[in-house]
Design a protein around this ligand. Structure first.
Ligand code: NAP
Length: 244
């Protein structure tokens, strides 16, 4: 590779979209750290294949203590964080009127509070070194809404607001903050959709298919490329044209 390896933190990289993002940065030659509550065969394989360039630490990011311990482990290993991809997220199906306190807490505590915790800890370090790039993974349903995903949509819309505010707070220190709002991806999270729902989504999508983790991972690489230092405060929709 022509540039120096960067220290990249991807939250929730044990499967699904996060795993695709981890793989993309490993393929680009970077040093990659990820966390989730439990490990997976992919995580074990990366650790075996890239012992010097990959770090996994179990963490529940709805706890600020776990978020701090995760970032501390990265800094202890590699001394800094250059790129943060806030990817970890969870959805609970059900209309708001029927939601329990737990349904609300689980989604808000990870999607919103977890992202705030990690972003706060990492951005302090980026401020000190006056460089860095952050990408927040939100969702098209944060814009369009979706019946049965009210709490999830609320957290994702909040992340888009966070992206714009952090871009304003950090821009003068050489730190870019952008968001990606994916459409429907072929991951475990979309397993709750039945065949009829998936078929309808595909028919309405100009690209004629569901999204793949790689569609989003490529955009992460672009948004965090040091040559794109003038690109900040934006949320890019990547949904095959579904909401165009
Ligand atoms: P996924 O397959 O369910 O993966 C979620 C990841 O987050 C896993 O690594 C999971 O590992 C981790 N995670 C869950 N709870 C956690 C916690 N409390 N602390 C730390 N890590 C936790 O989901 P995905 O589809 O890849 O989604 C990734 C992101 O894309 C999410 O932010 C999601 O909202 C967004 N998104 C997804 C879609 C879609 O169609 N799939 C569309 C738009 C946006 P553990 O369970 O072991 O903790």
């Amino acid at each position: 590779m022509s540039r120096e390896p960067r220290v990249v933190v991807v939250t929730g990289g044990s499967r699904g979209l996060g795993a695709g993002i981890v793989q993309a940065y490993l393929a680009a030659g970077d040093l990659v750290a990820t966390c989730s509550r439990s490990s997976t065969p992919e995580v074990e394989a990366w650790a075996a294949e890239h012992p010097d360039r990959f770090l996994f630490k179990p963490a529940d990011l709805s706890s600020s203590d776990d978020a701090q311990a995760f970032v501390d482990a990265v800094v202890e290993r590699w001394g800094r964080v250059d790129v943060l991809i806030n990817n970890a997220g969870v959805a609970r199906d059900g209309i708001l009127a029927m939601s329990s306190d737990d349904d609300i807490d689980v989604v808000v505590d990870l999607n919103l509070k977890g992202t705030l915790y990690v972003s706060r800890i990492v951005s302090r370090r980026m401020l000190a070194k006056r460089s860095g790039s952050i990408v927040n993974i939100s969702s098209i349903v944060g814009r369009s809404g979706y019946r049965g995903l009210g709490v999830y949509s609320a957290t994702k819309a909040a992340l888009d607001g966070l992206t714009r505010s952090m871009a304003r707070e950090l821009g003068s220190r050489g730190i870019t903050v952008n968001g990606i709002a994916p459409g429907y991806l072929r991951t475990e999270m979309s397993h709750g959709l039945d065949e009829a729902q998936l078929g309808q989504i595909v028919r309405r999508t100009p690209a004629g298919r569901l999204g793949e983790p790689d569609d989003i991972a490529r955009a992460c690489l672009f948004l965090t490329d040091p040559s794109n230092s003038y690109l900040t405060g934006q949320v890019i929709v990547i949904d095959g044209g579904l909401t165009s």
